[in-house]
Unconditional design. Structure first.
Length: 304
């Protein structure tokens, strides 16, 4: 990334642009190398201008979200890490007649849940306690307790690689298990969620219950990225990893959680390489014993 490119990025983004940024500060794993640049996008006009420039220059970019469900390799990230902030991290509209809300992709899932609870709008309680943003939740089709975010999506706004905003309703969105089919370089901007009325106290009770269930089942006392592998059809990744004797196994500063074997935790000084080594070990052992291929749920990016 030469001086000309950096200068132009500063002209577009101003103080929202930083260079040579450690991504360990921005990921829930608390590991990873540096990004060449980081951009906090605050509004659509500026984001469009920045994306047009990056596309013209052939500069890669990654929507960082809350940095959950993500592992950045130790060599860092080429190009630009983008965080959707400002108007992208707010409730854009609330329709009490339907009822529904339109929320920005950069808004944390817990803030979506809290807002709905206060307004007496039910339907997203299952997202309580899941780290990440709404955009990340839509892209990964986040879910728990038998429910997925696709179940409450009415419409999603997407910024295409040609800097056009397209709105797609649920019938034209191709969700899958822990994923949504998107064209390369498309960015989720916001989503409208279908909800229903309930008493705030009743919703809050369910939210608290779901958070407590998550605390009991999953390790939240150390940095992690949530579930490492997708559950194979008819089985559970954590059960398989436990069955091959890897629960509690450590490599360097990373450990397969003794509490839940589908979580890898950072004991304090883990590297991305430590985590990747544990992932490889789990995949090898499970395929040797059960002939089942574990598929990573987390996204692995960057240079080794």
């Amino acid at each position: 990334m030469d001086a000309h490119i950096k200068k132009r990025m500063k002209e577009i983004g101003g103080e929202a642009i930083l260079f040579d940024v450690s991504l360990s500060q921005y990921t829930t794993f608390r590991v990873g190398g540096n990004a060449e640049a980081m951009y906090r996008a605050g509004n659509l006009k500026e984001l469009k201008e920045m994306m047009a420039f990056l596309m013209d220059e052939g500069i890669p970019y990654l929507i960082l979200g809350a940095g959950s469900n993500l592992l950045v390799r130790d060599g860092g990230l080429e190009g630009v890490a983008i965080i959707l902030d400002g108007s992208f991290a707010s409730i854009e509209d609330i329709n009490m007649a339907e009822p529904s809300i339109l929320a920005g992709a950069g808004l944390l899932l817990n803030k979506v849940v809290n807002f709905c609870t206060e307004k007496g709008l039910a339907g997203v309680e299952f997202l309580a306690g899941i780290p990440g943003t709404l955009g990340g939740g839509v892209a990964m089709n986040a879910g728990s307790w038998g429910k997925e975010i696709k179940d409450v999506i009415r419409e999603v706004a997407i910024l295409t690689r040609r800097a056009m905003v397209e709105r797609k309703d649920s019938l034209n969105l191709k969700f899958k298990y822990r994923g949504l089919e998107l064209n390369t370089e498309e960015i989720i901007l916001n989503a409208r969620l279908n909800l229903k009325f309930d008493k705030p106290a009743s919703i809050k009770k369910k939210v608290i219950s779901n958070i407590e269930r998550r605390k009991q089942r999953f390790p939240f006392d150390m940095p992690s990225a949530g579930s490492i592998f997708k559950n194979p059809e008819g089985n559970y990744a954590g059960r398989l990893i436990d069955a091959v004797g890897l629960k509690g196994r450590s490599i360097g500063g990373a450990m397969i959680s003794p509490k839940h074997a589908n979580f890898i935790v950072n004991k304090g000084k883990a590297s991305a390489s430590d985590i990747l080594a544990l992932m490889d070990l789990a995949m090898v052992k499970v395929i040797e014993m059960f002939n089942i291929q574990l598929i990573p749920e987390i996204k692995v990016v960057g240079k080794g």
